[in-house]
Design a protein around this ligand. Sequence first.
Ligand SMILES: NC(=O)c1ccc[n+]([C@@H]2O[C@H](COP(=O)([O-])OP(=O)(O)OC[C@H]3O[C@@H](n4cnc5c(N)ncnc54)[C@H](O)[C@@H]3O)[C@@H](O)[C@H]2O)c1
Length: 256
Amino acid sequence: MCDLSNKRNSYSLSGKTALVTGAGRGIGQAISVVLAGAGADLALCDLEKSWLDETAELVRGAGRRAECFAMNVADWQSVSSGVESVIGTMGRIDVLVNNAGITKDSLLVRMTEEAWDEVLSVNLKGTFAVTRAVAKHMMKQKSGAIVNIASIIGLIGNFGQCNYAASKGGVIAFTKSAARELASRNVRVNEIAPGFIETRMTGQLTEDVRSRMLEAIPMKKFGTPQNVAEVVLFLACEASAYMTGQVLTVSGGMVM
Ligand SMILES: NC(=O)c1ccc[n+]([C@@H]2O[C@H](COP(=O)([O-])OP(=O)(O)OC[C@H]3O[C@@H](n4cnc5c(N)ncnc54)[C@H](O)[C@@H]3O)[C@@H](O)[C@H]2O)c1
């Protein structure tokens, strides 16, 4: 039977704790603030604890608890001790958002081994490492929602981004496999593939590249971190209770 009483807010994260990686700025900051607005307490993670001050202030401004943790997602030891500290401090993790990510662009024939390894380590291995550490707790809890931030580049590829595309395509495949493994424990794993979102990552592009990208976007505008964060909330809460292993693109129609 459909519950039409409308008394239950399925977009609420009241009483839940969310861990967001790369929460210091850009999309990670917006995600943290939107989840706090829905009632979640936040475990904020980034390379340096002090980079999280601004996000923590915004989360506390929304009336929620914010605790900051230094965690390098590309470093196995840093992830396992970081997740243990989060559990020790917050008591539980209900929502994990694997948002930390980097680019190191160059054309294929000029791409160095370091540029390949660095991007794959942060974007793909980092997503695996944090998910592995958090999934153990969620499986014991018999509940959890994991949202991975991939990219449309992982679906369609891009000039100068072989490493980034491979890492994000890997995140998409990883998400589907993890979703299959964790589904019976009531842990859902989904992902978002954002298109062109206005942040520091895209701020480095030349005007020429920006105007060419704009041409390719049916909605004729770039996205905002808030646009991505609202969809993260949907995948993190009860509103998407029967969804797992899905990739949602947030790209103004650039990928359909
Ligand atoms: N901006 C876009 O247009 C766009 C599009 C598609 C996907 N994305 C993805 O969204 C996510 C966030 O991107 P953004 O634009 O906000 O980038 P950003 O560079 O503004 O922020 C990235 C955050 O991740 C942190 N970080 C980097 N390496 C880390 C590591 N090893 N361990 C922990 N934290 C680390 C940074 O310190 C920073 O706070 C990334 O995964 C990115 O690939 C962005």
